[in-house]
Design a protein around this ligand. Structure first.
Ligand SMILES: [Zn+2]
Length: 266
C-alpha cells in the first residue's frame, strides 16, 4: 500500500505565508461519542483560518453538516485522531463524493488525509487513492496546512490514538484530547493551551471501565494543565450535558459544552 509518510518533518499543503485574517474558527459538526443521538452526529470539527478549511475528525453524520459550511473541494486536509468509526466513518462516504465529482469533472484534486497507521485492517479499508492522499501520523509528525500547525501526542485508548495540538498566529494553541483515559501525557501536552477541547463521555464514572474520560476528569485536566478555556465534547447519547458541565466546573470554572453547529473563534 503506497501510503505517503508525513512523519519527521513538515508536510506542507499550501504552506506559503497567508496574510488573511488572524482568527481561527472552529465549528462543532458533531459532539456525540460512539454513536449519534437522534438528529445528531459524532466527532467532527471544522477549522477555518485565513479562508482555508481543515476538517478535524470525520465521524458518522459529519459529512452532511460539513457541506453546509464548506464545499468538499475546498477542504485542504483532514486530520483523524484514531480509526474508530465515530471519528472516521464518514470518510467512507466522502470518498464516494470525491470520486464522483472527479469523474464528472467537477473536482480535480484529491484530499490529503492524515491518520494513524493502525489498526492496519481499518487503515487499509480507508486507503482510497482515487479520493485521498493518505499520510500517517505519529508523535513525531508535524503538519502545516496553510497557517495552521499540527502536533500529536499518543493517548491511552483501545487503539492507536493521538491528541492533536492546533497552533496559529502568535502562539495560540488549541489542544484536542481525542478519546482517552485521563493520564499525565494529556495534561503535559495541554499545558498552558488557550483552549482544551476535551472528551467528557460520561458525567460520572460508572461500574463499567471505559477507555474514556468523565466530565470531572476533563475539568481536573484543564485545571492541572492551566489552560485558558475548556470545551467538553464526545457525549454519550443518553448523557445530560448540563450534568457534565456542572461536574467539570467543580474543577474548572471556564467550561462550556460543545454545541453542535456553534462556531467558536479565537
Ligand atoms: Zn469516540
Amino acid at each position: 500500500m503506497a501510503r505517503r509518510q508525513a512523519e519527521n518533518g513538515v508536510a506542507g499543503i499550501g504552506a506559503e505565508l497567508h496574510r488573511g485574517e488572524r482568527a481561527m474558527k472552529l465549528t462543532v459538526l458533531g459532539n456525540n461519542g460512539t454513536f449519534p443521538r437522534p438528529g445528531g452526529a459524532c466527532s467532527g470539527y471544522l477549522l477555518e483560518h485565513g479562508g482555508r478549511f481543515v476538517l478535524l475528525e470525520c465521524g458518522n453524520g459529519v459529512m452532511s453538516r460539513l457541506q453546509t459550511l464548506c464545499p468538499i473541494d475546498r477542504l485542504e486536509g483532514i486530520v483523524v485522531s484514531h480509526l474508530h468509526d465515530d471519528h472516521c466513518g464518514d470518510l467512507r462516504i466522502l470518498k464516494y463524493a470525491v470520486e464522483t465529482k472527479r469523474a464528472l469533472g467537477a473536482m480535480e484534486r484529491i484530499i490529503p488525509v492524515y491518520m494513524p497507521a493502525s489498526p492496519g485492517a481499518e487503515a487499509g479499508q480507508l486507503h482510497y487513492p482515487e479520493a485521498f492522499d493518505t499520510g500517517t501520523i505519529n508523535e513525531n509528525t508535524r503538519l502545516a496546512i496553510g497557517d495552521l500547525h499540527f502536533r500529536f501526542a499518543r493517548m491511552m485508548h483501545s487503539v492507536e490514538t493521538y491528541a492533536v495540538e492546533v497552533s496559529w498566529g502568535c502562539g495560540n494553541r488549541l489542544v484536542y484530547s481525542s478519546d482517552t483515559t485521563l493520564h499525565e501525557g494529556l495534561i503535559e501536552f495541554a499545558k498552558g493551551a488557550d483552549v482544551l477541547l476535551c472528551e467528557a463521555t460520561t458525567a460520572r464514572r460508572g461500574a463499567v471501565a471505559l477507555p474514556h474520560m468523565t466530565a470531572g476528569e476533563a475539568g481536573y485536566a484543564a485545571r492541572t494543565a492551566g489552560v485558558g478555556q475548556l470545551i467538553l465534547t464526545h457525549f454519550w447519547c443518553d448523557e445530560k450535558e448540563e450534568e457534565c458541565l456542572q461536574e467539570a466546573q467543580a474543577y474548572f470554572d471556564n467550561t462550556e459544552t460543545a454545541e453542535e453547529m456553534k462556531q467558536y473563534e479565537w
